[in-house]
Unconditional design. Sequence first.
Length: 154
Amino acid sequence: MSDIPRLVAWRRQLLEAHSRLRLALATAQEAARDDGDVPDASRDLLLFCHGFCVALDGHHRGEDALLFPALVAQYPEAARVVRLLEQDHDMISTLVTRFDAAVQSAASPASLAQHLEGFAAIMESHFRFEERELEPLLDRLELRADPDAVFGSL
């Protein structure tokens, strides 16, 4: 890990990761709104879930394992916010699992779109809270780690 820079623009890395995840979710929502062939919509959403859901899970695992412990170690006052974010990660994981089950069971595109709408609202609320609460700390965070390990390779 000696080639990893001492200081990384962690705030920028977080915002870029969230931007890519938002774009992937918007793409899935568009596929769910498609009035075309139902099997094609389900197949597209299955691909989304295997790609996006894995990326989102990797993003949250990296935050839980690397980013959050570093933040709490350097800024103990962030412990409450980190606990709330970890709770959000658990809830989002449950929603992803439910969505994946709906995709696997060939639910209708309308049902899948409904899952995605609820998922999108919670995910956006989580991202905004995380960005608002962590941005000031991320600008000063000293963490020697690969950004892809911290935020997932998206």
